[in-house]
Design a protein around this ligand. Structure first.
Ligand code: ATP
Ligand code: MG
Length: 606
């Protein structure tokens, strides 16, 4: 699977080391080599860069987190006792009643950055229910507390969670009721017996902690793992491939990928592990799974990932299997497009690391931000609006979780001819106080496919289907809306570019007028300008954003492409300049009699 290792300049492995070494994974190590002098020097430079990059939290923040966790633990214990009394249990039971708080995710692994959330799990006794006791009673207790803000129960999620901030620190709190009347403080949840008589949601909730514990047990050196993982998470964020929900990889996936490399190079230090990481995953033949341990079958009967048995598992493109029973694929969200983007990024990382090894580059080259907004000629802009900030929080979360489907649907409906690259970052125009945010997707024709004369792709139905799905949101409230617009690179809104970023092209602001169609979409009615340069259909997507009154948001007031309804469809021809729907000299749209379509160049990336 992975090419043989050349350990130029590394120290030879003492024979005893090989004999003694514990085998951690399912694959044999590629190399037992430890670091050379040069590796140690490079490692110091890498660690310094990471330190200077602001990815470590301060001692004060660490202390604040610990204080918050201890407050939460107390709240949970009091809540369980209160419920035990209310449910009529004896005083002795009330005295012994207990709930415990465990952490998992990046905090548990010791790789969280400043402002990262703390993933927590509350484990309660069998009689304390998730539906009512957790999502109603505990929710109401938290609601009343001054230190708690942004409380958001997500009870219908795959893994139900209560999200909130406690003294400003983001907390994800899961709940698992186990089949014990009294939960011991030192409960060992690594044993499968903790899963007896539990439902799937409880298993999933418990598994965050069980997976984190297993990862830490299955790696040869925790410190090297943590530094390497911090480095890779930082890299993935800079390169636009850190996001589970968008179809890239999230914290646990990166942790598992790094852990696998740690197993393959048990004596390597972070500088070596980073370059081995890119070497391994540049050559990895997906969908071969990444697995830290064998997949365990168990008499408890929960489904485990098994492509021989489950046809759905056969569709997984980049399986990264969790190491705790029931083993699952943690990266089922990955699609052909996001896999393609990630593999490109692995190649980028590998190339830079090769240059670093030859002293032709330094570590900073690895963390160059990706030039997403320079990479495509065409983008889809997905604008999300809501009546106020609270509504936007939940609506945005829902739409973001659906965006992956838009990518899939577009590629499905164009037989893969039109490739989508969803970008995980959300953009907000901070100069305007409106409840709006936007996501972007790069679009390109599948490279290497011959363009046929007059060939068109019509994705009207695709976008409609996507919007229909999105609008079926269970918690939909008036004001929640979504607009999908085609924008060309030079029409991208100014607010997406970070301070100091020099745009290569001049931004043109084009005021245009919009009306709402009966189906709720925006439609351009006329343009006040006769300047032909400003008559491109989608120029208005970079128009002024005026959203002084958030309660009365319209797409145009939120800075959304007034031409959104034309986004009901997408057509493409070549070349691009002839594609843009132009208005004639007298201001009339030369294509006004034609059905509305998005016009889009499908040329390869610039
Ligand atoms: P971050 O620093 O981004 O918060 P994290 O590792 O904490 O990284 P989260 O996205 O906060 O990642 O997820 C928290 C935990 O939830 C993960 O560590 C993992 O245990 C569990 N989890 C999240 N997504 C998945 C998934 N797709 N499959 C299995 N477990 C998951
Ligand atoms: Mg987390």
């Amino acid at each position: 699977m992975v090419g043989s290792e050349r350990e130029n300049g590394s120290s030879p492995t003492p024979p005893a080391q090989k004999a003694d070494v514990k085998k951690y994974g399912v694959m044999n190590p590629i190399s037992y080599a430890g670091p050379s002098e040069v590796d140690v020097q490079k490692n110091a430079l890498l660690e310094k860069l990471l330190m200077d990059s602001g990815i470590y939290e301060s001692a004060e923040e660490t202390a604040r987190r610990e204080e918050v966790l201890s407050r939460l633990d107390k709240i949970i214990k009091d809540w369980v006792k209160q419920l035990t009394r209310q449910k009529g249990y004896t005083e002795k039971m009330v005295e012994e009643a207990n709930g415990i708080l465990r952490t998992f995710g990046s905090y548990r692994l010791g790789v969280h950055g400043p402002n990262a959330d703390i993933d927590t799990l509350c484990i309660g006794p069998s009689y304390v229910t998730r539906e009512h006791d957790f999502f109603v009673i505990l929710h109401n207790i938290l609601l009343e507390m001054e230190e708690v803000s942004d409380l958001q129960p997500v009870d219908d999620a795959h893994v139900p969670v209560m999200k909130f901030k406690f003294q400003g620190i983001s907390i994800d709190l899961l709940y698992a009721s186990i089949s014990l009347l009294i939960v011991p403080e030192d409960l060992d949840i690594s044993h499968n017996s903790v899963l007896y008589n539990t439902d799937e949601k409880t298993v999933r909730s418990l598994n965050g902690c069980r997976v984190a514990d297993q990862i830490l047990k299955l790696i040869p050196n925790v410190e090297n793992f943590c530094t390497t993982l911090r480095c890779l998470k930082f890299w993935a964020k800079r390169r636009g491939v850190y996001s589970n929900v968008t179809g890239f990889l999230g914290g646990v996936n990166w942790a598992l990928l790094v852990a696998q490399v740690c197993q393959l190079y048990p004596n390597a230090i972070p500088s070596m592990l980073v370059s081995r990481f890119f070497r391994v995953y540049t050559h990895w033949r997906w969908p071969n799974p990444v697995m830290l341990c064998p997949i365990e079958e168990d008499e408890l009967g929960f489904n485990v990932w098994d492509p021989r048995k489950w046809s759905r598992d056969r569709t997984h493109l980049m399986p990264i299997i969790t190491p705790a029973y029931p083993c699952m694929n943690s990266s089922y969200n990955v699609s052909a497009s996001t896999l393609r983007v990630m593999v490109e990024q692995f190649h980028f990382g590998n190339k830079v690391c090769e240059e670093i090894e030859l002293n032709k580059a330094n570590w900073s080259a690895l963390f160059e931000p990706s030039l997403f907004f320079e990479s495509y000629k065409n983008y889809l802009q997905v604008d999300i609006i809501a009546a106020d900030a609270d509504d936007l929080l939940s609506w945005r979360g829902w739409v973001e979780s659906r965006l992956r489907l838009l990518t899939l649907k577009i590629e499905r409906d164009t037989d893969g001819m039109l490739q989508c690259h969803p970008f995980p970052n959300e953009y907000v125009d901070t100069s305007k106080p409106c409840s709006h945010c936007a996501f972007f997707m790069g679009l390109q024709r599948q490279p290497g496919v011959k363009v046929q004369e007059g060939q068109q792709f019509d994705i009207r139905a695709t976008v409609d289907e996507f919007k229909q799905g999105v609008n079926s949101y269970n918690h939909w409230r008036p004001g929640m809306d979504i607009f999908v617009s085609h924008v060309r690179r030079r029409q991208l809104p100014a607010y997406i570019f970070p301070e100091g970023y020099k745009r290569q092209r001049q931004l043109r602001h084009t005021p245009q007028h919009s009306t709402r169609t009966s189906n709720g979409d925006a439609e351009r009615s006329s343009s006040p300008s006769s300047d032909r340069r400003f008559k491109r259909k989608h120029d208005a997507s970079i128009a002024d954003i005026g959203c002084g009154k958030p309660k009365k948001l319209s797409p145009e007031s939120a800075g959304i492409a007034p031409s959104s309804p034309v986004i009901q469809g997408l057509a493409c021809e070549s070349p691009i300049e002839q594609n843009v729907v132009m208005e004639s000299e007298d201001g009339a749209n030369s294509e006004s009699m034609q059905p509305p379509t998005i016009r889009l160049s499908l040329e390869s990336t610039a």
